[in-house]
Design a protein. Structure first.
Lengths: 207, 232
């Protein structure tokens, strides 16, 4: 019987040697996620689904925030998980699985935006989707949309991820492959630009 | 505006801008599940397009001379590849040797062209990584201009080829063309008499690389083996 209680439990569950090695290596993942990944690597479909359920909402939300299109958000989210799962055999646990899948999703969304920048059909899609959700005065809403849309791409991405979707700067830095300081600087610039653009409309919200 | 005031502004923006609907979990899972059914065999073919399990993390090239050799080799492969691609009927094999780029490229692209394109992107990645590290030190090696110039020629060749038919690749190549022109200018300006012009060119170059996120976009298209080779 192994002295360490968790290793003893792992032995009883008959987890592979690779999982035990990964655990004792003390990487950034918690034990549950490591076990899930090990099971998924062994082909356990239920483990894939559990990993998916743990991250899908957040990936979908951020890709929707970025693209403004449900179709694009679905495609980016689906592709992020397909790619992450298809490379799971090479996953070493050096980074969190969530960082990995979010990074792919965010960059797919950025690529989608760049493609759509070269066609104008997105304007109509966004306008139609936007009008489907009534929140507050249309004039203020339109100005908000315009203000955020006109942010430079890298400022807008950080702003959406941090201020609207609650990502930490460390997560944003990993996803966008920038330094944490860069993420903070971009957020600061985004907020400054939004304050300037929305100052009049938001006066009632300033105490 | 106070922090509290900004929090309220932020909340208003959150309620008004691209408000996400509920995620269609089951529908998306049905699609994903169908794609990972043979994940053990698919991973051998490596049809994804990101470089490493540590996502999109740049690594610096050790020495630009190795990159020059890589660029020259990639250029030779590119010219041979396009020549062969035009001269030969595309007798395709079922499994693409470089499925990462293949996934993004139209299926009718000759695999030789695809291989050449992948090697070209790897060489460009090597150059831009070197440029990034040298720019941080304030100046580009004058020899970088020749290297960038060769890659610029090849990038333009690719833009005229079938590999540039798909939107994402075309967009990347167009951005790379611009960046490579800036690299040439910045490298030549740095070797010139006016240091201020050189600094300005370098600033515009680094800003352009940052704004267009070219390195992450290249890494996304390269398979792991090519990305690793380009970084050594």
């Amino acid at each position: 019987m192994l002295a360490h209680p968790i290793l003893a439990t792992l032995s009883r569950i008959a987890v592979s040697e690779r999982v035990k090695t990964a655990f004792t290596r003390n990487q950034g993942l918690d034990l549950d996620e490591r076990l899930l990944i090990a099971r998924a690597q062994a082909g356990d479909q239920a483990a894939f689904r559990t990993l998916y359920d743990g991250h899908v909402d957040r990936v979908f939300r951020v890709t929707y925030r970025m693209t403004g299109s449900e179709e694009a958000a679905r495609e980016c989210t689906q592709e992020a998980f397909v790619r992450a799962f298809n490379r799971l055999t090479d996953f070493r646990g050096d980074a969190k699985f969530s960082t990995w899948v979010h990074s792919i999703g965010v960059n797919m969304a950025l690529n989608a935006l760049r493609s759509r920048k070269r066609s104008r059909e997105v304007e109509l899609d966004q306008e139609l989707a936007y009008r489907g959700r009534e929140h507050g005065d249309p004039t203020v809403r339109d100005r908000i949309k315009e203000a955020v849309d006109t942010l430079p791409e890298h400022f807008r991405t950080v702003f959406l991820m941090h201020d609207l979707e609650g990502y930490k700067h460390t997560e944003i830095a990993e996803a966008l492959d920038v330094a944490v300081g860069t993420s903070k600087a971009r957020l600061s610039r985004a907020r400054a630009q939004l304050r300037l653009a929305l100052g009049d409309e938001m006066r009632e919200y300033v105490s | 505006m106070t922090d509290q005031g900004w929090d309220r502004v932020k909340d208003q923006i959150g309620e008004a801008y691209n408000v996400p609907p509920e995620a269609p979990r089951d529908a998306m899972w049905a699609h994903i599940e169908g794609q990972i059914g043979s994940s053990q065999t698919r991973s051998a073919r490596s049809d994804d397009s990101f470089a490493d399990v540590t996502p999109l993390r740049n690594r610096f090239a050790r020495h630009w001379r190795l990159g020059t050799v890589v660029a020259a080799a990639a250029s030779a492969v590119l010219w041979v590849g396009f020549g062969l691609g035009r001269a030969t009927h595309p007798a395709l094999v079922d499994s693409d040797p470089i499925p990462t780029l293949a996934e993004a490229a139209p299926s009718q692209v000759n695999p030789i062209v695809r291989v050449a394109a992948t090697r070209h992107l790897a060489a460009t990645q090597s150059l831009l990584t070197t440029v990034g590290s040298e720019a941080a030190m304030g100046a580009l090696d004058p020899n970088v201009a020749a290297w960038a110039s060769r890659l610029l020629t090849d990038t333009r060749l690719m833009l005229d080829s079938s590999i540039a038919g798909q939107g994402d690749i075309r967009a990347l190549l167009e951005d790379l063309e611009l960046i490579l022109v800036q690299v040439v200018h910045a490298s030549n300006a740095g070797a010139g008499a006016d240091a201020d012009v050189g600094k300005m060119e370098l600033q515009q170059l680094t800003q352009g690389m940052q704004d267009n996120d070219v390195l992450p976009r290249i890494q996304e298209l390269l398979p792991p083996v090519m990305a690793g080779a380009a970084d050594e």
